[in-house]
Design a protein around this ligand. Structure first.
Ligand code: ARG
Length: 564
């Protein structure tokens, strides 16, 4: 990015300040084939301003492009292709990375302003679904990415711990539940009860009525209902925290839906005051006619508030408490309408900050092309998936590196990292096919591949007795063979910027795969450890690669073992 900016500035001068640096920067491309140059500027869009043909403009500009970092300028048709000075750029890049360490690539755009991130948010008494896995992994990575851009992330787990389903669950528990069984295996047992409720309710409609009553009691603070609910909640959170620990994911707040119980009246009152509430089918709704959206349900005929009401209260609470500059909701695509309505209602209430809220949807997790579902007992338990992945990773290590000392730790880092990387490597809106074998491959675009490359680079440094103190190179290589790796290193910031702008961690995942591939190719082509004058400079490059790979993985929430 640095050299792109520099090129844009040179063009800005060459064009007599006629076009802004930022605009020029956007126009600069990276030629597909590096033989055509490192950066290219197409002159087509200048034709109007300059009233000349783009090829003539390109010819004229060529003379004005001069800089120590630019070695050669070539004009091909309307394109100005520049070739960077390999020596200057390589040495500068490696120096910068070694100096800045894990801060390399950081962007100074957030100025420590808060960004709330609503992520994971599973529903209690239900298994942690694949959708919640995706939300956890994507949200966790986005938190690291916004932090890298200078913002202050606030991770909020909006636990689904309220709603009519708890009336149903209490009913089922009262009818068929056994305390011992629940204690032994809370989520499985509660799910069984919930499923049984739905099966039985098909032939016995009175159950639905009972469920409604229990929920009403719960809302009124009935002691028995509340203590059962509290118990279900505690047990569920215990199970969830095991998963979070495995994945090394932390939260700043667990304020879930129930947290807003005492904040519902205020919302309803505010909506009334602003004359936004209307009656429709005995329920209170906010109409969104101009917005071309269906009405947003606020309060049911029996007085119960809804998911949307809670999210309105949550949005107000978050604005007041965190004063967010940006408020992200990492929630599946099927809730798109809900978030559109939420933001539209807040706009109608006069809150301009509603425009700072962003729904970040993602695609589904598929198994053999079909949606993986938690309903009807057809559950894939995430904890089992993670543990299986760890076991497979452990098996791989046993085969490839039987003498490794901390096998368990590494197996966990690799197994969990594999699942996370698989989730993050494609644009988040794409559906992903679930396959443990695929995730754990050591070749191709996988987490283990990147981790393995990192470990290999670390081992080269160990063998070469690399020390930063000795880093002053005696003599430099020509940087020809190193060039692909170096030019990728200069692009790290660019990938972070794209990931931030598109709220898409795959930009970074793809980037580190590219870097790992380029590095492995370099490692195959050049004998890095050969005892010659260039060795120190080459090791410095290897060291820079380890810093960037590790930091790239960290931004995805994945650890980087030094040996595996
Ligand atoms: N618990 C919800 C679900 O599982 C997701 C909550 C998302 N966050 C929010 N603020 N609505 O579908």
């Amino acid at each position: 990015m640095k050299y792109k900016q520099e090129f844009a500035k040179i063009l800005y001068e060459a064009l007599d300040h006629e076009i802004q640096v930022k605009e020029l920067e956007v126009l600069i491309e990276k030629p597909k084939n590096q033989q055509h140059g490192d950066l290219a500027f197409p002159c087509f869009s200048l034709a109007k301003v300059k009233r000349k043909s783009p090829t003539i403009i390109a010819q004229e500009l060529r003379e004005k492009i001069q800089s120590p970092t630019i070695e050669k300028v070539e004009v091909v048709g309307a394109y100005i292709n520049i070739f960077l000075n390999k020596k200057i750029v390589s040495e500068d890049t490696v120096d910068t990375i070694i100096q800045q360490q894990e801060k390399y690539g950081a962007l100074d755009i957030g100025h420590n302003r808060p960004v709330t991130i609503d992520l994971s948010s599973p529903n209690i008494a239900k298994p942690f679904s694949m959708g919640h896995l995706r939300s956890t992994v994507i949200g966790n990575s986005l938190a690291f990415i916004v932090e890298k851009c200078g913002y202050k992330p606030i991770r909020i787990n909006h636990i689904g711990d309220w709603g009519t389903q708890f009336g149903k669950l209490i009913t089922a528990y009262k009818l068929w539940g056994e305390a011992e069984k629940v204690k032994l295996n809370p989520i499985k047992e509660l799910l069984t009860l919930y499923v049984k409720f739905h099966d039985e309710a098909e032939s016995d409609p009175s159950l639905v009525e009972q469920g409604r009553n229990w929920f009403k009691k719960l809302e009124e603070g009935d002691e028995e209902a509340t203590s059962l609910w509290q118990w279900f909640r505690d047990e569920s959170l215990k199970e969830f925290s095991r998963i979070y620990e495995l994945m090394n994911v932390q939260f700043d707040s667990f304020a879930g839906e129930a947290f807003y119980n005492d904040k519902m009246d205020r919302i309803v009152k505010l909506l009334e005051e602003k004359q936004l509430l209307v009656e429709s089918d005995q329920a209170q709704v906010v109409e969104l006619i101009d917005e071309e959206l269906p009405p947003c349900l606020i309060k049911k005929s029996d007085g119960a508030t809804l998911y949307a009401t809670r999210d309105l209260a949550a949005a107000l609470y978050r604005k007041k408490n965190y004063d967010f500059n940006l408020s992200l909701y990492v929630v599946g695509n099927e809730q798109s309408l809900h978030f559109k309505q939420l933001m539209a209602v807040l706009e109608k209430m006069g809150y301009s900050w509603a425009s700072k809220m962003v729904h970040i949807p993602f695609g589904m997790m598929l198994k053999d092309g079909k949606k993986m579902s938690t309903r009807k007992g057809k559950v894939v338990l995430l904890e089992e998936v993670l543990n299986e992945s760890i076991a497979m990773a452990r098996h791989n290590i046993e085969e490839k590196n039987p003498n490794l000392t901390n096998k368990d730790t590494v197996a966990k880092q690799v197994g969990v990292g594999a699942v996370m990387f698989h989730d993050l490597k494609n644009f988040r809106m794409n559906d992903i096919e679930f396959s443990l074998e695929e995730m754990l491959r050591f070749e191709g675009e996988t987490g283990p591949y990147v981790q393995y490359t990192y470990a290999r680079a670390c081992s080269i440094l160990r063998k070469g007795n690399w020390e930063i103190a000795k880093a002053v190179p005696v003599s430099s290589p020509s940087w020809e063979k190193e060039w692909k790796v170096v030019s990728l290193l200069t692009e790290f910031t660019g990938s972070i910027k794209r990931a931030y702008e598109q709220f898409d961690p795959s930009q970074i995942a793809k980037y580190i795969v590219d870097l790992a591939q380029a590095f492995n190719k370099y490692y195959g082509d050049v004998k890095i450890l050969e005892d010659n004058a260039e060795q120190q400079a080459r090791l410095a490059l290897v060291y820079s690669v380890t810093i960037v790979l590790k930091e790239g993985l960290r931004l995805l929430g994945i650890e980087a073992p030094e040996e595996m």
